[in-house]
Design a protein around this ligand. Structure first.
Ligand code: ADP
Length: 429
């Protein structure tokens, strides 16, 4: 029995933050029932039978709201509490003089509305609030006699009623405010706990990412050395092999090992891009582009491709050389690889200029081009638009990531059958 002295035990609803509005409804219903009991005693002593009948009706309505709420019919309970309960208080306020201050009860009801309706029930919250304000307005506009002069004030002690209503209104108002404060504290606690958890998870994720990255980097590095030995051995073996068929097998093995070696190189480039910081050095772009053209000119397919360069730069640029080299290498090798077979005039153009502190490098070709539906996807990891050529689908992914690391921008313009132009914009500041 003593446990019911604690307001916390007035409801059997689960004590969770989501159920808070429903728990409040039960608590306020009990407070309203207790207030009704005080009113019944007061009206029985100082007022008349009509007031007592009204007090009992209000008591029954709030008891019903409590029972409905405890039986999980929360919305029905809320509507009974606010709709019928406030309606009866309105009638009560209408038949007694203004001096009894019954209308004061409307103010705590307005604050209760904010506590018993959840955020998802906002529409009901403001609907009920409008209803309460309307009732109060009707009272005010009709000089607190909307039903006419019913003359039920006989024997009434205006003063005691005034103080009883004032005390009830103040108590409920303070109780509501206190609970709003409590909810805020609780929400803040939940928010802080969620934030802490998120931070911890983020840290775990970062660590897992770093470990994975480290593993990929080490594994790729460890694979590189034996692959180079295999390539060396194949080269030596090719001199000794006399049999044509066996030689053919070795040529094929060499090709596959070279592809694997290129793939591992790309994986290392991706890993290095995430692991290392941007380090700017002075670069002679003209020289760098010459090197790249030369590196790519050993490929069989590049034999007929004419590569033109147009460098409008007189001074060196301050840039991360290894990254720029990888980017340009990928773009130029793609421009060669995706040329049209038997094109009469296969051509690649590399332009570079500095404009408004932005280094602009354009690599364009008159190759097979990229159809529009692939434009967004070709920069994704492992995405390959053209299956007829060899490739891993990592080249442009690496380009995109490195350009992002350099805080630059990439632009693609391409049409099937006409060619492709990729523009790099890298800020120099
Ligand atoms: P890979 O060349 O290994 O397939 P990339 O990431 O370098 O991977 O390129 C992704 C796709 O973009 C290619 O499969 C190809 O369809 C398309 N592509 C890239 N560069 C060009 C280009 N210069 N001309 C035509 N298609 C290109």
């Amino acid at each position: 029995m003593l446990k019911y002295l604690k307001i916390y035990n007035w409801s059997a609803i689960d004590k969770t933050l989501e159920q808070k509005p429903n728990i409040f409804l039960s608590q306020f219903s009990v407070i309203a029932v207790l207030a009704c009991v005080i009113q019944i005693i007061n009206d029985a002593i100082y007022t008349n039978i009509i007031a007592v009948i009204l007090d009992v009706s209000v008591l029954l309505v709030f008891s019903l709201a409590y029972l409905l709420n405890e039986r999980r019919c929360h919305m029905a309970a809320k509507l009974v509490f606010c709709g019928i309960g406030t309606g009866l208080i309105f009638i009560y306020a209408a038949i007694v003089p203004k001096e009894t201050a019954v209308y004061l009860l409307f103010f705590p009801i307005a604050t209760i509305i904010f506590l018993i309706f959840s955020n998802e029930q906002r529409i009901y919250k403001y609907g009920v609030l409008t209803y309460v304000i309307l009732l109060l307005l009707i009272l005010e506009l009709t000089d607190y006699q909307p039903l006419g002069d019913l003359n039920v004030t006989e024997g009434i002690s205006l003063e005691t009623s005034y103080y009883v209503n004032l005390a009830i209104a103040l108590f409920v108002l303070i109780f509501s405010m206190y609970n709003i404060d409590l909810i805020n504290i609780q929400i803040e606690k939940v928010r802080l706990a969620a934030e802490r958890e998120l931070l911890e998870k983020n840290l775990d994720l970062k660590q897992a990412n770093e470990e994975l990255d480290h593993f990929v980097y080490s594994a790729s590095h460890d694979l590189k050395a034996p692959l180079l030995s295999i390539l060396g051995l194949i080269n030596i073996a090719k001199y000794d092999i006399k049999d044509e068929n066996t030689l053919e097998y070795f040529v094929r093995i060499e090709d596959r090992v070279q592809r694997l070696s290129k793939f591992i190189k790309e994986v290392i480039e991706i890993s290095r891009n995430t692991r290392t910081q941007v380090e700017k050095v002075e670069v002679d772009l003209d020289l760098l582009i010459c090197d790249i053209i030369e590196n790519n000119s050993f490929k069989d397919i590049s034999a007929d491709v004419k590569i033109e360069k147009n460098i409008e730069l007189n001074e060196k640029v301050l840039i991360d050389r290894p990254r720029l080299e990888v980017i340009l290498n990928n773009l130029v090798s793609n421009a060669i690889k995706y040329q049209v077979q038997d094109h009469p005039n296969p051509k690649i153009e590399i332009e570079a200029k500095l404009k408004d502190e932005i280094l602009q490098i354009i690599v364009s070709d008159n190759g097979i081009g990229i159809s529009h539906e692939h434009h967004d996807k070709i920069f994704e990891m492992f995405y390959r638009g053209e299956q007829s050529k060899e490739g891993s689908g990592l080249g442009l992914y690496i380009v995109k990531n490195m350009v992002e690391k350099l805080e630059g921008e990439l632009k693609l313009a391409s049409k099937v059958g006409e060619g492709t132009t990729i523009t790099l914009l890298i800020p120099m500041t």
